[in-house]
Write a protein that binds this ligand. Structure first.
Ligand code: TRP
Ligand code: ZN
Length: 452
């Protein structure tokens, strides 16, 4: 995303002599080619919607501030056809549009010049449906008995709002969500206001730091919401009343983990933290939604540390391609091992040895970490555990000082941005001064169990 000033809409309606070219309908990721779109860069999403948990009807207005990266005659937004678009404007003027599959195709009255700021407003309504991911798990708008569990990695965002849902197009967000007053709407960032009118309440959340679409959430349900400054961190925790007993000190458990990780990886990158703990029996994973991870159970220390470590590795620094997912999961798993070691739950060496003990003929070793083989394999053990082992072996090769210097530099140099595996290898070699090509080739790119 690039920041820009909001200009008068009329000034942006560029009438061009030439008609420009249509933006690409996909972002070109090898695992999810249709995800994201070309021709523009989103900067801010202002998502205003109303949701009725009993009918599952969502009525929304999405205002997207963006900038063209080419002269643009037409562009796409990702949105599933379960949501009906009734109106689209570009810079205040009605635009024509079509919907099909997961694409909303918008044609402004005149082509937009290259490098120009523009605003698109999409009015839409429908009954959102979750998506089934290539690995069979549910994502996106997942209904629960009292609302919605909303987890969007890797492709759920298109199930509830239009956007450029590619991991490299980060943007800031504001969510204004109106729900029956018996429910709470929890999102990323800071809670700005909560106002009731009649029997409905509007929650406004502001996510000021750039965020990839897959890390957004608006989760709705019967929640106990607490908002407390604990240590350095504004900690906002939402817990489903069904799970409240086990969550007694959940808010207080965040600061010690964040302080420890800050001492290793550099400052916590966001303005608030917290958790969303929802009762969602059909979901079997947690997700590092930015600032405020979402859990389908009260997390133990390992899982809490894993999702909080993702705030540095995954959220602030995001891979550029899905095949680099080990940069998220390997790092978060290693951080989880570090925290478990720190609190005496399990030693780091035990975690490594247990993972490494996997027999050489096991399928675990068959696909390389840095390209786990396709979109169904994103969340396989070999990404998590082989990724974490790779870091542990790297540490033994370069020593503690260089190793943590590599992690801190990675977090600092790519803060709020994206990076890929070759960039991590180059950084490791630069900081350590070692030639690590053989080591990384064996651990990241070749199938088979590396010798120690
Ligand atoms: N990224 C999540 C984590 O490890 C896991 C996850 C997200 C996941 N979406 C998923 C696992 C879908 C299985 C299926 O913190
Ligand atoms: Zn993870």
């Amino acid at each position: 995303m690039k920041r820009f000033l909001a200009l008068a809409a009329a000034a942006l309606l560029t009438v061009s002599a030439s008609s420009g070219a249509p933006g690409d309908p996909g972002g070109g990721d090898p695992y999810f080619p249709g995800q994201g779109n070309g021709g523009y860069d989103a900067g801010h999403y202002d998502l205003v919607f109303d949701y009725n948990p009993s009918s599952n009807v969502l009525r929304g207005v999405a205002t997207i501030s963006a900038r063209t990266t080419q002269e643009l005659s037409r562009f796409n937004l990702d949105l599933t056809a379960d949501l009906d678009v009734s109106e689209v404007t570009v810079n205040g003027a009605p635009a024509t549009f079509t919907q099909g599959g997961t694409e909303l195709v918008v044609t402004p009255v005149a082509a937009l010049a290259s490098g120009r700021a523009f605003t698109v407003v999409v009015t839409y309504k429908g009954r959102p449906k979750h998506v089934v991911d290539p690995d069979g798990s549910r994502g996106g708008w997942i209904r629960t008995s009292d609302g919605v569990f909303n987890a969007n990695e890797p492709q759920g965002a298109m199930t509830w709002y239009p956007g450029n849902h590619h991991m490299t197009d980060k943007a800031t967000y504001r969510f204004s969500v109106t729900v029956p007053s018996t429910r709470v709407a929890v999102a990323n960032g800071d809670l700005i206001s909560r106002k009731s009118t009649g029997d409905r309440t509007t929650y406004v959340w502001d996510a000021k730091e750039p965020m990839a679409g897959y890390l957004t959430t608006v989760t709705i349900g019967k929640f106990r919401l607490t908002d407390t400054k604990i240590g350095k961190y504004r900690t906002i925790v939402a817990v489903d009343p069904k799970l409240a007993d086990k969550a007694a000190n959940l808010a207080e458990r965040h600061a010690p983990v964040l302080d420890y990780f800050a001492s290793l990886f550099g400052p916590y990158p966001f303005s608030s933290t917290g958790a969303i703990v929802d009762h969602a029996p059909k979901v079997d994973y947690a997700l590092e939604t930015q600032t405020r991870p979402i859990y389908a159970e009260v997390p133990g220390e390992g899982l809490l540390a894993h999702e909080l470590a993702h705030q540095w590795f995954g959220d602030s620094v995001t891979p550029s391609r899905w095949q680099d997912i080990w940069l998220n999961e390997g790092f978060a798993t290693y951080a989880e091992w570090l925290w478990q070691d720190k609190i005496g739950e399990r030693s780091l060496q035990t975690s490594f040895d247990t993972a490494y003990a996997t027999a050489a003929k096991d399928a675990f070793w068959k696909t390389p970490t840095a390209d786990p083989g396709g979109p169904a394999a994103l969340f396989h053990d070999r990404v998590y555990n082989r990724g974490a082992m790779t870091l542990h072996v790297l540490r033994s090769k370069v020593g503690d000082t260089a190793f943590f210097q590599i992690l801190r530099t990675w977090a600092a140099e790519h803060k709020y941005g994206n990076a890929d595996t070759p960039a991590f290898i180059a950084l490791s070699e630069r900081v350590s001064g070692h030639d690590l090509s053989g080591f990384f080739a064996e651990w990241l790119f070749k199938p088979g169990k590396p010798a120690l």
